[in-house]
Design a protein around this ligand. Structure first.
Ligand SMILES: [Zn+2]
Length: 185
């Protein structure tokens, strides 16, 4: 019966699950188990988005990747292909949604993006009611966080150095290409 690796649920007094195994210094004992599993899933899923960003860079494109997930389950993945396909709206999140195909409902899904979504992608996220967005960083670009939050979307910024590094070195080397991406040419 109950496998330890099941979906996270904030069960208060489970014997084996979170309490003993973690070596966290007791700070988050109450909601700790569920939150920690969520955070681990967030980093795992962000690694997929980062893989997509690197793939785009190898193709000569803008290094932004995205993944759409229902907890552990990957529903779609993609990367910015504006340069590769000459398509101005094919940002990482849009490519990811396109690759996921028609899903009907987006309930319970989280959009992962290596960079804070722009207003176009934020608008699409709001339109499809994707209520949770996790980003690798927002230091390179503030994007449409305010728009998403104004519509009740939970936005989590992991502040990952890997994500800002890949973006920063791209922007430094290709300022014009980047300015075009965010409508600041
Ligand atoms: Zn975008």
């Amino acid at each position: 019966m109950l496998p330890n690796t099941g979906p996270s649920r904030p069960g208060p007094r489970q014997r084996g699950a979170g309490r003993r195994a973690t070596n966290l210094p007791g700070a988050s004992n109450r909601a700790g188990g569920g939150e920690q599993l969520q955070r681990q899933a967030d980093y795992r899923n962000m690694a997929i988005a980062l893989e997509e960003a690197r793939l785009s860079l190898r193709e000569g494109g803008i290094p932004i990747g995205a993944a759409l997930c229902r907890r552990e389950k990957l529903v779609g993945r993609g990367h910015n292909r504006r340069v590769q396909l000459g398509n101005p709206v094919l940002h990482g999140e849009m490519d990811c949604l396109q690759n996921a195909g028609r899903l009907g409902s987006y309930k319970g899904l989280t959009m992962y993006s290596t960079l804070m979504p722009c207003y176009m992608c934020a608008g699409t996220i709001v339109q499809f009611r994707i209520m949770r967005v996790v980003v690798g960083e927002s230091a390179s670009f503030a994007g449409g966080r305010d728009l998403m939050e104004a519509h009740g979307v939970e936005v989590v910024d992991l502040g990952m150095p890997e994500c800002s590094q890949i973006m920063q070195s791209f922007i430094d080397a290709n300022p014009v290409l980047w300015a075009e991406d965010i409508g600041e040419l």
